[in-house]
Design a protein around this ligand. Structure first.
Ligand code: ADP
Ligand code: MG
Ligand code: MG
Length: 914
């Protein structure tokens, strides 16, 4: 027993008693805590003890030394285990064997080490043979110990890094294979006892020869060697890489579980297996798993033998002929089935369990909450809610927003992807997966796609002129650019797979080649992209489709809608996108960019009129061009207002700097000049006059409307007339006119005068009393946020343009951040890309100030967000905290935002109660 003053480092479990329980995961690791919990439930768990994660922390802080009390506490707990198992560790008559198992807080599957059969040597072996009368099994156990121990303790933990295939484990496997070959047998289980005995001698020789040390025969030395090796494995290469990927802190450490061995390799009435309480790939509610007769530990997962389906219901066309545990060992199966039901009820979640059957008797070796994919997560959450196993709130919290993506996009078959080497990496800009043949320009993309080919458009970066090719391609890959670059924004809007900023690629669009390292790819070569992770593969990988019309998905979304407070809108520029978003549950449009109609399909005529307007010199010339443009703008807006009938549509007045629209090709310039009846030198002069050094901070947004009131006038008239016509057609349009890039309230005052004048004129023209609408502004310039009290006296709503707000607030150009963001993240200067996740501390503060000041002078101020952050879960949560009325995001992110908004209410409600 640990005395009062002594710190407790070791927790015993066994028989009917356990010192730990399920909620002690931080201290005991997931495995240790759950083993203890199973004991409390009265389940058959072999006795053992857990060495806490604090020991791991201590070990690394103190130059790999253990706390002084540890040895004694381990000895005491080992005595209890011996008593419980009626066997003695190291005894030459009645030996106890143990396993030494890792166990972090969060499971890190396969990342850390486990050693089985610790305590076996040539003496204890003979005793065990006498006791079990099963020499074959004992020899098998010993050769496994040597193999695992040499690998885990003597090689890996000692820091040796042999070349691939040259490790001790592989070399010993080689000896085993040689023996099987010479005996003419296929499986391990066919090797006779006497031969295994010889193999042990060969193994020991090989260990000495390769590692220069004898395999330790002393059981205590084996035990402490294995314990140290497990702690060491916490800082193994694989484990560190995994922690980085999953955001697990290094400080957590692992626990070590020492547990009496039970044996699944004692013959045909013994077995081992892993199972899930529900199918983790589909979520279907039936016991699902695999097992192997006469096997130990990792045989099931290692893939050396093909495992059998655990029951009849789990069989498929490939496994129909194999024996199920249900039939082969009916009694043990029944007991296992009852236990899994009980465990699921107790944990109220789908569990992943490990078990072993020793001569007909069942033992539980592990249980934990099981990993699952997106579709399964949704189905299980919904089913468990219906079964009254969990509450509505719990069901909503069970699905990660990112998992919804898996239901909305096709993905690369994960089984194949896991086995494929990544060719290059970039930023995961558009989720989902795609495969296709490489093309290097927009025209080729369109042409090849028309011929029915799958293509992926590869560019250094994209610009509005690439739109058609981007539309035609299965996916887009760029060498430059960040998460809010043109390619990323456009792709996400369409729900298209996209990777940007793949800086390792050397792309030459003229030669139609790209390369990474020494591998060159040319036009027509196949690649596959995982846009959720940013992985690029240089081959054609198979895709799997996820259901579009998934009834579970819709029911789950309804659950979320019942809980969330904020509305979810979408950013959409066409009636098609608007309808798509509506089908995903969008409750309005938060950003309709008027300028979209000048890009892509059917844009020639309006673009021509716009260009004429831009290079006009006098107001008269400009008005003429605007009149030509007017019908296009009106019908465009009308179409979208109609698609969103009954829901609000926020229409932003012209935002980009005008010079963006000036054609670069001589032919187009000549044509424009001609239509304006000016010569080309005059045209060049006018176009040149529009050039700006820093256009993103130049003559754009509201600034255009200040200089050219007639531009605002035309747009606003188009909006009001479109709405008026719809009202007369008995529809319910609700436009919200939004002024971009506002910095001072006087800008708004200026624009409002124009808007009010046009409003009056429209009412008069249509003989109407009212056209329901709102006029408001974007908050995207820090100065606007800081003077929000003044701005809110004029604006009926604020919509945070967090892309520009981040750009202006940080002084980071969103188009160039790709050049240094990776360094910032690697050096832990920034935790995230601030264009993806709101920088809560800085930019978030600007938002907070704007909300507070704005609502002070305008109680009814409607507040939303239309930047890319509106679909990012933690940013959505932040907006909920600040009391936003809505968030707006690209159509495919609407479901994610619906879920995130519901989770925000649940999380923040919980915090309030505290
Ligand atoms: P991982 O965390 O990688 O799953 P485990 O510690 O669970 O590693 O060990 C792997 C396998 O070894 C288990 O699934 C189980 O089959 C076997 N094993 C571990 N401990 C014992 C034991 N005490 N008796 C029998 N088999 C064991
Ligand atoms: Mg395990
Ligand atoms: Mg902006």
């Amino acid at each position: 027993m640990a005395t009062k003053k002594e710190k407790k480092y070791v927790y015993f479990f066994g028989g009917k008693k356990a010192e730990g329980k399920a909620d002690m995961k931080n201290l005991l690791g997931g495995k240790g805590a759950n083993l203890a919990e199973m004991i409390h439930l009265g389940l058959p768990v072999p006795a053992g003890f857990t060495i806490t994660t604090e020991v791991c922390t201590h070990y690394y802080k103190n130059n790999k030394k253990y706390p002084a009390e540890l040895k004694k506490q381990v000895t005491e707990s080992l005595k209890k285990v011996e008593k419980d198992m009626s066997a003695v560790f190291g005894s030459k008559t009645n030996p106890l064997l143990v396993s030494v198992r890792s166990g972090a807080r969060d499971s890190m599957p396969g990342m850390m080490e486990t050693v089985l059969n610790v305590g076996l040597n040539d003496n204890t072996r003979e005793a065990l043979i006498k006791k079990t009368k099963n020499p074959r099994f004992v020899y098998d156990a010993q050769r496994r110990l040597i193999q695992m121990y040499a690998d885990v303790v003597m090689e890996k933990a000692a820091g040796l890094e042999p070349a691939e295939g040259k490790g001790i484990r592989a070399q010993l496997e080689g000896e085993l294979a040689k023996m099987k070959y010479s005996l003419g047998v296929k499986t391990d289980t066919e090797i006779p006892a006497e031969e295994l005995k010889k193999l042990i001698i060969t193994y020991k020789k090989k260990v000495k020869q390769v590692l220069g040390k004898d395999f330790p025969e002393d059981p205590m030395e084996q035990l402490w060697g294995a314990i140290s090796a497990v702690f060491q494995s916490w800082n193994g290469k694989r484990a560190i890489a995994y922690r980085r990927m999953e955001d697990i802190p290094d400080e957590w450490g692992t626990a070590v579980n020492v547990q009496s061995m039970v044996f699944g390799n004692m013959g045909d009435t013994s077995a081992t297996g892993v199972a899930f309480t529900r199918n983790p790939a589909t979520g279907e509610h039936y016991f699902y798993g695999e097992w192997l007769p006469n096997a130990q530990g990792e045989d099931v997962v290692a893939g050396t033998r093909t495992p059998n389906p655990i029951n009849e219901i789990g069989k498929n066309e490939h496994t129909r002929h194999l024996p199920s545990l249900e039939k082969a060992m009916a009694k043990a199966y029944k007991e296992l089935d009852a236990i899994q039901r009980r465990l699921e009820k107790h944990y109220r979640n789908m569990l992943d369990i490990e078990f072993t059957i020793q001569e007909g008797k069942l033992y539980m070796l592990q249980c934990r909450v099981g990993k699952r994919n997106g579709p399964a997560a949704v189905k299980m959450a919904l089913d468990m809610f219906k079964e009254k196993l969990i509450s509505k709130e719990e069901a909503i919290m069970r699905v990660k927003p990112s998992q919804l993506d898996e239901l909305l996009h096709p993905i690369i078959d994960p089984v194949v992807e896991n086995k494929t080497k990544v060719f290059a990496k970039g930023l995961p800009a558009g989720p989902g997966g795609a495969h296709g043949q490489i093309v290097f320009n927009s025209a080729d993309a369109v042409k090849w796609a028309k011929e029915g080919k799958d293509v992926i458009l590869v560019r250094e970066e994209t610009n509005p002129e690439d739109i058609e090719g981007m539309r035609a391609a299965n996916a887009i890959l760029t060498g430059r650019g960040g998460m809010t670059s043109h390619a990323a924004l456009v792709a996400r809007g369409w729900g298209k797979c996209c990777i940007v900023g793949a800086t390792v690629l050397r792309i030459d669009v003229h030669k139609k080649m790209m390369a990474s390292g020494t591998v060159q790819l040319k036009e027509g070569d196949w690649i596959s992209l995982n846009g959720s992770k940013g992985y690029i593969y240089n081959s054609k990988l198979p895709m799997i489709k996820t259901a579009d019309e998934n009834s579970d998905f819709n029911a789950f979304m309804k659950l979320c809608d019942g809980v969330r407070r904020m509305n979810i809108r979408t950013n959409a520029d066409t009636p098609d996108d608007a309808l798509k978003a509506r089908s995903f549950g969008a409750e309005g449009i938060g950003l309709f960019r008027t300028e979209h109609m000048f890009y892509g399909k059917h844009s020639d005529k309006p673009l021509f009129a716009l260009r004429k307007m831009i290079v006009s010199k006098s107001e008269e010339e400009r008005r003429k061009a605007l009149n030509e443009l007017f019908p296009f703008v009106k019908s465009d807006i009308k179409g979208t207002l109609l698609a969103m009938n009954g829901l609000p549509v926020t229409i932003r007045t012209l935002d980009p700097p005008l010079h963006e629209f000036i054609p670069t090709q001589q032919e187009a310039r000549d044509k424009l000049a001609k239509s304006l009846k000016i010569d080309i030198t005059e045209f060049d002069k006018r176009a040149g006059g529009l050039h700006e050094t820093n256009p993103m901070m130049g003559h754009r947004g509201v600034r255009l409307g200040i200089t050219y009131p007639e531009i605002t006038e035309m747009q606003v008239r188009a909006i009001f007339e479109a709405a008026a016509e719809l009202i007369q057609e008995k529809k319910k349009p609700f436009p919200e006119i939004m002024i971009p890039v506002t910095a001072v309230v006087e800008e708004l005052i200026n624009q409002y005068e124009i808007i009010e004048q046009v409003y009056k004129e429209t009412l008069h023209k249509f003989k109407m009393k009212e056209i329901p609408h709102l006029v408001g502004t974007m908050i995207e310039i820090p100065r606007a946020a800081l003077t929000a009290d003044k701005i809110a006296q004029k604006a009926k709503f604020f919509s945070f343009g967090t892309n520009d707000l981040t750009q202006m607030g940080f002084g980071f150009s969103r188009d160039d951040i790709g050049g240094f963001l990776a360094d910032y993240q690697a050096k832990k200067i920034l935790p995230n890309d601030p264009f993806q996740v709101i920088d809560f501390e800085g930019i978030g503060q600007l938002m907070e100030i704007a909300v507070e000041k704005g609502r002070k002078t305008n109680k009814k101020l409607k507040i939303g967000i239309c930047g890319e952050h509106g679909g990012e879960p933690s940013s959505v949560e932040f907006c909920n905290k600040l009391g936003f009325n809505y968030v707006s995001c690209s159509p495919y992110r609407v479901p994610i935002a619906r879920l995130a908004a519901a989770q925000a209410v649940i999380k923040q409600g919980k915090n309030k109660k505290k």
